[in-house]
Design a protein around this ligand. Structure first.
Ligand code: FES
Length: 144
């Protein structure tokens, strides 16, 4: 039957995650789970956006403009897994260390990420990954 060509509804539910961003205040970060991975959503402040955009790309280990890592400047969406050995970096909870560049800090071997989730210092070789996602409306994103 033609039905068998379509994945089951529960499979679809696991493959993507819709997140309502409206309760997330400026400066707040939330973590959601997508395909078993933590996804960091950061409602960036104007200062954090400015910081991310004023960096000289030549200073970056994994050069990528902030503009290429976000769809809307206020919203940074990242897979929360350090590109060194796969730890979950700190910085999501208030009071967490955020490292020397105001983003995230991975205490395993001291990787520091900036306000665009780019690696700035420490052994991690690459920026935090940006998952595929889409804005469904102004305040909802669908990850995956
Ligand atoms: Fe992040 Fe090692 S896993 S520094």
């Amino acid at each position: 039957p033609i039905d068998s060509l379509n994945p089951a509804a529960d499979v679809l539910a696991l493959a993507s995650t819709e997140v309502d961003l409206s309760p997330v205040d400026v400066g707040q970060r939330i973590t959601v789970t997508w395909r078993g991975k933590p996804v960091f959503i950061d409602h960036r402040t104007a200062e954090e956006i400015e910081e991310a955009r004023s960096v000289d790309l030549g200073d970056l280990v994994d050069p990528q403009p902030d503009e290429d890592r976000v769809q809307q400047a206020e919203w940074l969406v990242l897979v929360g897994i350090c590109t060194h050995l796969g730890c979950v970096p700190l910085g999501q909870r208030s009071g967490d260390p955020r490292g020397d560049f105001g983003g995230w800090f991975c205490p395993c071997h001291g990787s520091h990420y900036d306000t665009s989730g780019r690696i700035r210092k420490g052994p991690a070789p690459r920026n935090l990954e940006v998952p595929g996602y889409a804005f469904l409306e102004d305040s909802t994103i669908k990850i995956g």
